[in-house]
Design a protein around this ligand. Structure first.
Ligand SMILES: NC(=O)c1ccc[n+]([C@@H]2O[C@H](COP(=O)([O-])OP(=O)(O)OC[C@H]3O[C@@H](n4cnc5c(N)ncnc54)[C@H](O)[C@@H]3O)[C@@H](O)[C@H]2O)c1
Length: 324
């Protein structure tokens, strides 16, 4: 198989690429290496594949649909794992147009590419953010998601609707995956566990939102990769519109303060906490019901937050200098 992975220099994309290559697939990777966070980190992730003949990289913006089509044409792509996006909830208040370009135009470009190539399956990243202000927990795929609290969440919900229309119009087989707070080594510098770690190492105070009354269904990267590959290998079959959506989470929400305690233990440092209010665009808690993913994909998260944070800190300790 030849699999197109978009966002291959990103956190999840690089792990998915590595897993695909190690099971013998050919991967065409696309990423625009934008500077939302350290491009050096993105390049370091790509370096892992530098000498792998089964990997080919194209530095392109997926929203540039003509260039995307032209450059990927010779590759005979059989399926697509679409992970490129402008991520981050808070940044969507700052630079909303980055989200319309990468997440809306970009998603449409991938849908068009997928239908022209008649791929056997398009798997794409959605997010727990689609649940927005929903209060009923755990979040289930059957719950209505009409209360977005951020533009980021709204673009991810839009992606699901755009995909549903292409599945119906063109019988394009697709699976949308709603990821829940993914973390791990080589992760994302804009996320709380990373920001806290760097600030604690520098002896600076950390801002704890909503006075610490926050809960997240933290999901370790290796568990997410297992879910992405399991979904990829199982295109929707049978009658009806070939489009499914799954939560990929840990089904074990943890308090933000518990995360801080784990970091304190692993780093051997006491955090100086500045308690602040709720941030616009944020939600108090997330919690994935993963019954569907368990049943259809055999998805079973294995790594506890304690183990995952310990692995993250061990990786961070091994860095000669932090990524900036
Ligand atoms: N990490 C999480 O906790 C999480 C949670 C929910 C959903 N998601 C979604 O999962 C996917 C992967 O997230 P991630 O955490 O790996 O984020 P990431 O930012 O590390 O990776 C995304 C990659 O896409 C690239 N990209 C962005 N816009 C692009 C464009 N227009 N053209 C080409 N490349 C572009 C970026 O350079 C980056 O390398 C995203 O769709 C994100 O919204 C992530």
């Amino acid at each position: 198989m030849t699999i197109l992975v978009t966002g291959c220099a990103g956190f999840i994309g690089s792990y998915v690429t590595r897993a695909l290559l190690s099971r013998g697939e050919t991967v065409i990777g696309v990423d625009n290496l934008n500077d939302y966070y350290s491009p050096a980190l993105k390049r370091a992730r790509l370096q892992q594949f530098e000498n792998d003949k089964a990997f080919q990289f194209h530095e392109i913006d997926i929203a540039d649909h003509e260039l995307l089509r032209e450059q990927t044409k010779p590759a005979k792509i059989t399926s697509i794992i679409h992970l490129a996006a402008q991520a981050g909830v808070r940044y969507s208040l700052k630079d909303p147009f980055a989200y319309s370009r990468s997440n809306l135009q970009g998603h449409l470009a991938i849908l068009e590419l997928a239908r022209h190539l008649s791929v056997r399956h398009l798997v794409y990243a959605s997010s727990s953010s689609v649940y927005g202000a929903n209060e009923a927990v755990p979040f289930k795929e059957t719950h209505a998601c009409d209360n977005p609290v951020s533009l980021y969440g709204a673009t991810k919900k839009s992606n699901e609707l755009m995909s549903a229309s292409y599945a119906r119009l063109y019988a394009l087989p697709q699976t949308g995956l709603r990821f829940f707070t993914v973390y791990g080594p080589m992760g994302r510098p804009d996320m709380a566990y990373w920001i806290f770690t760097e600030k604690m190492l520098r002896g600076e105070p950390i801002e704890v939102f909503n006075h610490g009354r926050m809960g997240r269904d933290f999901t370790y990267i290796d568990d997410i990769v297992d879910g992405v590959l399991a979904a990829h290998d199982r295109p929707p079959v049978g009658d009806g519109v070939p489009h499914r959506i799954y939560n990929l989470g840990n089904d074990r929400p943890e308090a933000l303060l518990a995360l801080i305690e784990l970091l304190e233990k692993e780093l051997g440092l006491k955090a100086q906490k500045t308690l602040v209010g709720m941030q616009r665009g944020d939600v108090e808690r997330t919690w994935a019901d993963i019954t569907l993913a368990r049943r259809d994909l055999g998805f079973q998260p294995k790594i506890t937050l304690a183990e995952g944070i310990s692995r993250f800190v061990a990786w961070r300790r091994g860095l000669a200098a932090p990524f900036v």
